[in-house]
Design a protein around this ligand. Sequence first.
Ligand SMILES: Nc1ncnc2c1ncn2[C@@H]1O[C@H](COP(=O)(O)OP(=O)(O)O)[C@@H](O)[C@H]1O
Ligand SMILES: [Mg+2]
Length: 338
Amino acid sequence: MTTDDPLKPNSPGKPLDPNLRKEFGRRLKPKNPRARSASDDEDMVVKTKKNSGYPDTSLLCDLRGNNELKKEIDDIYLQMANRDLYCLGGIQPDKSYLFYGPAGTGKTLGVRCLYGELLSHKKSFGLMEYSIGNYGTAYINMGSKNLQEFFDSGQSAIEKGVEGMIYFFDECDVLLGKRGSAQGHKEDDKLLDTLMTNLQEIHDRDTSEFVFFATNFRDAMDNASMRAQRIDKQVEFKLPDYNGRADLFKHAILMTQVKAGRSVVRAYNLNELAEKSDGLNCAECVDLVRRAIKSRINTMLHSGDDVFKDFFVKQYHILDELEILKKTKIKEKKIGFK
Ligand SMILES: Nc1ncnc2c1ncn2[C@@H]1O[C@H](COP(=O)(O)OP(=O)(O)O)[C@@H](O)[C@H]1O
Ligand SMILES: [Mg+2]
């Protein structure tokens, strides 16, 4: 995989292939960074996580590691971006989605990428995010009134001219796992009623409003009727297989090279990385490259080496980090952390 790899490490100082820059320039510089977004509406209660660590420019090409999944997400994008065409055919596109699967497989990123891709194609969509995990019990106490306000502000943005709206319920099992269960109480049921009613209204409305739910614990969502009746499409996010991991490593290295503007990672072998990283999730694969670079910089700083002189990371640096990560994972398993 290394020989005809377009990312074949360059010699020190050699600039990156201009085609690479062209391809990934799109990723770094959205075509229309000033596309009107929900956050442009001052009076809107937009709960987009500003410091979530996701660049606003995440695009569909950033979601890696599973071709089947990519097709499904592309299909969702087409429905969101071309609702008018579906209406011409006398139908509404799917409007509510459940992304489920293990942690670190790109569910949150998937929603971000859809949003980023829409903006980059000059679609003035807004993203309103309820990160229930972060809100914890405070969210529950906010009550159905606030949930209603959340949906209302999305609708009012549409009335004011925003083309479409994404409502995102990350870690939704916190909300959807309770109804009718022994722990459930009246306030939870009221919340769910509000949610169901709004979902139904969004389905019935002739607008580009889309609702996304994401969970690591689909089984904890015991509300089967909610899933069957109100979610149009469920998408499974899986742990990456061999090819998926190779793709993730390749993308992580590529992005690093493009951001650094030079070949930071050299003489790497994607096959070996994919082979030895069985069991890692997508986030861990991507993060491994960052860890290797970070630890190399730390080592150089400690030893007083000039980081600027000739800094690079090689295959064995990444493999070292992989071993450390594996050991940490085994330890976490032993103490029941994972
Ligand atoms: N499929 C993927 N493709 C590319 N990067 C990924 C993927 N999945 C996870 N990542 C990386 O891991 C980070 C965390 O992933 P996230 O979307 O929060 O996972 P999840 O929501 O499934 O727990 C992302 O910001 C991204 O850097
Ligand atoms: Mg997530």
